[in-house]
Design a protein around this ligand. Structure first.
Ligand code: SAH
Length: 350
């Protein structure tokens, strides 16, 4: 099958007829089944710190937000979560945090080595824009994958919502290249319906997924977070209402399905943000329209509510065991199976 074109992507993003969209869901599901199969892999998420030096206009953890209490997990707490991941049958842990330089590179390398010594888990990191030397150190310590969404490929919009640190221009595409060079499986993605995001921009985002040889791609709806400039509506965007992509559930399914068509063999999660805007069936519908990954939360309950990237996050009060049971039930209910092993990307021909 020929890869989906930029024009086709934009046309689908603007499609609103439910019957016509059925054909998009069916095509994405068919491609998902033929490439990554029926197994849904579970990645246990450990939110290891909510400290952050950045001032992203969309994120509730941004520096300067004094309404949240900051925490950083200890090595013992993190390793305990990893051991729990093994007990719950997961093949991967994802350590995610704000861009927190209190997470010292050598310290994290030791945590990674400890997890690798004690478990057969794949280790994924999602820690923001860390320097090359640190990424290298963590790879050598045994880290397997790194997630860094580029958020939007429109550089003007990116700078507005993701200000650079003084003296250092933020270039996530360059860091993704470094990650690939270092041998990480690299993941990226975007938010759907960021204020200022046009259909043309989102179509371009999805189209370039196909050119980047990404192993993982996460797309989730933008959810306004109070105490952020975007949540308060403080940034003005120069686009017409007709051009603005809505941050809806339907638009997110379209983006998930189109991402599958753009990158047939990538690992694509049905995201927590999607489950947040449709707690009933968002996870399942994401899995039925292109996704093949779910990320159950392993973060100790006392830290969960402090990792408030956006409000109303799904599963916020559930223990790791409850999350596990719930997600396995949801996966079984749609006739899919839970994958075993690390569930890395199985590359088809390039
Ligand atoms: N500090 C890391 C991890 C950030 S959290 C980093 O910057 O890469 C992971 C993802 O959550 C972000 O990449 C972003 O795409 C998403 N996110 C942040 N704020 C959000 C919001 N208000 N609504 C929806 N998704 C959001």
């Amino acid at each position: 099958m020929n890869p989906i074109t930029l024009q086709e992507i934009e046309r689908w993003l603007k499609e609103s007829d439910e019957k016509t969209l059925e054909t998009l869901w069916a095509r994405a599901d068919e491609v998902r089944k033929a490439t990554v199969g029926d197994e849904v892999h579970l990645r246990g998420l450990i939110e290891i710190s909510n400290h952050c030096v950045r001032r992203c206009a969309y994120c509730g953890l941004a520096a300067g937000n004094r309404t949240i209490e900051r925490y950083r997990m200890t090595r013992e707490e993190i390793v305990d979560c990893a051991l729990k991941a093994v007990r719950l049958g997961y093949g991967t842990v994802v350590m995610q945090a704000g861009e927190d330089y209190g997470i010292v590179a050598d310290w994290l390398a030791e945590v990674i080595r400890e997890i690798k010594r004690q478990t057969p888990l794949a280790v994924t990191l999602s820690l923001g824009e860390r320097p090359y030397e640190e990424l290298k150190l963590w790879k050598q310590a045994g880290a397997d994958r790194y997630l860094l969404r580029f958020e939007t490929s429109n550089s003007h919009l990116y700078e507005l919502i993701h200000p650079s640190l003084p003296g250092k221009k933020s270039d996530r595409f360059e860091i993704l290249r470094q990650l690939q060079e270092l041998g990480y499986e690299a993941g990226s993605g975007v938010m759907i319906g960021i204020p200022g995001q046009t259909y043309a921009t989102l179509a371009h985002d999805i189209h370039i997924f196909s050119t980047m040889d990404l192993d993982m791609i996460g797309v989730g709806p933008f959810i306004p977070s109070p105490n952020t400039p975007l949540g308060r509506g403080e940034i003005h965007f120069d686009i017409s209402p007709a051009e603005q992509v809505p941050n809806t559930e339907l638009m997110t399914y379209k983006a998930v399905a189109l991402t599958r068509l753009a990158r047939p063999d990538a690992n694509i999660p049905s995201t927590t943000a999607l489950a947040t805007i449709n707690k009933e069936s968002g996870r399942e519908l994401g899995l039925m329209r292109g996704a093949n990954i779910v990320m159950p939360n392993l973060t100790p309950v006392q830290y969960r509510e402090k990792y408030e990237i956006y409000p109303g996050k799904a599963c916020i009060n559930e223990t790791a065991e409850q999350c596990n049971g719930c997600l396995r039930g949801r996966i079984a209910s749609i006739g899919r199976t839970v994958g075993t092993g690390q569930g890395g990307r199985v590359k088809r021909s390039k």
